[in-house]
Design a protein around this ligand. Structure first.
Ligand code: HEM
Length: 401
């Protein structure tokens, strides 16, 4: 089937970029699970889409058959940007062991509970300042004016790069993830990001700072040698890519939910202690991230004949809506007791930034609800969603008193 043509069969010809899938993938997964739990398409190459929780978890754990060397949901077509500079990809996310193991170890200390506590005051001040900018107007675009502005600035602080470039960083990350079907935009995003970090790494060589980029540059790899500069570039690019669209989408989806579900909004305003459980539930219900794997050798997976080179989508958002695992899976239950969601993935690649993501999401909602306890979608609001690798609202007009 031609790329971009309307989808008539979700089991044999799905398209994750089709408007129906972006707007409401939940209905599609619910239809597929009992009839064809692992769907297939030949759009953008042979690709499989599991929809059941256990299948997604099993796939994520089988790193021998399902490699992380191709993680893009939308494969590159045509131009491959700056291949030699990113010869090691963007580890650890795009690497299998052994590269995965030691690059992940380099990153983890920067996102430990203790470190993340240290970023909370800065995040809270940033949220308050953003709200100051629009609160008196009685309206705002909660996605653009708020959610989008938070994670990129926090990550810039951790990396030690200027937060005044936030819009530029956001533009590159969106080009890479949201407009991945457009080779020109995708190359622009990749080249912008890589070019920027090449310059920043150059500066850190002579003037190291107290930041992640300097730390990486002065670390050692698993053989005791200084880390190859191309690895440093890849890891730095990953931190920006992984830390921006993801968390912004989670904050935006949560605000969309609260704008459209008054009882949940009021509950969190009046019972702030409910917030930690609510955060987990919102992450489950509106999981933003789908990843991909490439099949390393022909394998039969739950009856599906997967061929070497095929793609498999790790549909974490779909897994989190599986009624076999979550009672009332399509309903948001703020105090859900049993909630083993996989919004942050599963297995060796489980999100390295989950402490940071949770803190940002909690602080962003706390500050918003504290200052703007009553809000709803603006009349005739046109809410738009990004989809593909990361799902979240990009335009979210709300009004408040
Ligand atoms: C709500 C926000 C977030 C969500 C839902 C999310 C989700 C995920 C998922 C599903 C994975 C697994 C990828 C795979 O299996 O291939 C992952 C990996 C990763 N995430 Fe996050 N993420 C979020 C925020 C962040 C933040 C703020 C950072 C900080 C920089 C971050 C850094 C990473 C890194 C470095 C990896 C790769 C870990 C590895 O390969 O070992 N993420 N994330």
């Amino acid at each position: 089937m031609t790329q971009g043509a309307p989808v008539t069969r979700w089991d044999t010809d799905f398209d994750v970029l089709s408007p129906e899938y972006v707007a409401d993938p939940f209905r599609i997964w619910d239809e597929l699970r009992p009839t064809c739990p692992v769907a297939h398409t030949d759009r953008r190459g042979s690709t499989w889409l599991p929809t059941r929780y256990q299948d997604v978890v099993d796939l994520a754990h089988d790193i021998d058959h399902f490699s992380s060397t191709q993680i893009s949901v939308i494969p590159f077509n045509g131009e491959r940007p700056d291949e030699p500079i990113l010869a090691y990809g963007i580890p650890p996310i795009s690497a299998d062991p052994p590269l995965h193991t030691w690059t992940r170890r380099l990153l983890l200390p920067w996102f430990s509970h203790r470190r993340v506590e240290g970023y909370e005051a800065m995040t809270r001040a940033l949220c308050a300042e953003l709200i100051d900018g629009f609160v008196s107007e009685g309206r705002a675009d909660a996605a653009h004016d708020y959610a989008q502005q938070i994670p990129v600035r926090v990550i810039a602080g951790i990396l030690g790069v200027p937060s005044s470039l936030s819009d530029t960083f956001t533009g590159w990350v969106r080009d890479l993830l949201e407009f991945a079907d457009d080779p020109v935009r995708r190359a622009r995003g990749a080249n912008g990001l890589v070019g920027f970090f090449v310059d920043e790494v150059g500066k850190r060589k002579t003037e190291p700072g107290d930041d992640l980029l300097s730390d990486l540059l002065h670390s050692q790899s698993d053989d005791g040698q200084p880390v190859d500069e191309r690895v440093v570039l890849g890891v730095a690019a990953l931190v920006l890519i992984a830390g921006v669209d993801t968390t912004w989408s989670a904050i935006g989806s949560s605000l969309w939910h609260l704008a459209t579900h008054t009882e949940d909004r009021d509950r969190l305003v009046h019972d702030p202690a409910a917030m930690p459980m609510a955060i987990e539930e919102l992450l489950r219900a509106y999981s933003p991230v789908t990843m991909a794997r490439v099949v390393t050798e022909d394998v039969d997976f739950v009856g599906c004949p997967m061929r070497a080179g095929d793609k498999v989508l790790l549909n974490f958002p779909g897994a989190n809506r599986d009624p076999e695992v979550f009672e009332d899976a399509d309903r948001v239950v703020l105090d859900r007791e049993l909630n083993r969601h996989v919004a942050f993935g599963s297995g060796i690649h489980r999100c390295a930034g989950s402490n940071l993501a949770r803190m940002e999401l909690r602080v962003a909602l706390e500050e918003w609800l504290h200052r703007i306890p009553e809000f709803s979608l603006a009349d005739g609001a046109e809410v738009t969603w990004a989809g593909g690798q990361i799902r979240g609202p990009r335009q979210l007009p709300v009004v408040f008193r």
